[in-house]
Design a protein around this ligand. Structure first.
Ligand SMILES: Nc1nc2c(ncn2[C@@H]2O[C@H](COP(=O)(O)OP(=O)(O)OP(=O)(O)O)[C@@H](O)[C@H]2O)c(=O)[nH]1
Ligand SMILES: [Zn+2]
Length: 184
């Protein structure tokens, strides 16, 4: 749960720190607004992949399931600036599958926290492995980091791609390539 009072205090200090007049009309409600916004953009902190991935259904065939281009927004833990893009994932069931929406919900659980892209990618893959116990899982994320584009090195349009493969996707290169081909 977000401690809204603490966030409000911090935002007020931040505004003072940059030399703003916190009592002016446009800023008066900003600490409260940002505290409310934090409940949304850091909502993953009080969510749990277990809630979404524990309801599984039995299946006859164990063909690869791919969910691609799941849009997400996250916050870079180094600068607290957004990074955002698309996550694609696949798993090879071992007798059980999960509702498709739950894959996107799992992305939200881990994206809505202070993050780095590598960890986000691995946490999703590991959650699939842990809860679905599939033969393999793979996650690919392509994202733009505002800390790379609007500040610092300032390289607009640059993209970061991270891939985490587990189980059969790690050992079977053909399978990994099939996934990469299908989500490209
Ligand atoms: N590996 C990784 N690095 C990230 C991610 N998001 C931001 N970073 C990097 O984190 C690094 C932090 O570097 P520092 O030198 O501590 O901070 P900085 O002086 O603000 O760095 P610059 O961005 O180079 O100006 C930067 O290189 C960022 O590009 C991420 O998701 N993964
Ligand atoms: Zn950053």
């Amino acid at each position: 749960m977000v401690d809204k009072e603490k966030v409000k205090e911090a935002i007020k200090l931040l505004l003072e720190g940059i030399g703003e007049e916190t009592t002016r009309e446009g800023l008066r409600e900003t600490p409260e607004r940002i505290a409310r916004m934090c409940e949304e953009i850091y909502g993953g902190m009080s969510d749990d992949a277990n809630i979404h991935l524990s309801k599984t259904f039995q299946v006859e065939n164990n063909e690869m399931v791919i969910e691609k281009d799941i849009t997400f927004y996250s916050m870079c833990e180094h600068h607290l600036m957004p990074f955002y893009g698309k996550a694609s994932m696949a798993y090879i069931p071992d007798g059980r599958v999960v509702g498709l929406s739950k894959l996107a919900r799992t992305v939200e659980v881990f994206a809505k926290r202070p993050q780095i892209q590598e960890k986000l990618t691995a946490q999703i893959a590991d959650a699939l492995m842990y809860h679905l116990m599939p033969k393999g899982a793979i996650v690919l994320i392509e994202a733009e980091h505002l800390c790379m584009t609007m500040r610092g090195i300032k390289k607009p349009g640059s993209k970061t791609i991270t891939i985490v493969a587990r189980g059969e996707f790690e050992t079977n290169l053909e399978l990994k390539n099939e996934f990469l081909q299908l989500v490209k």
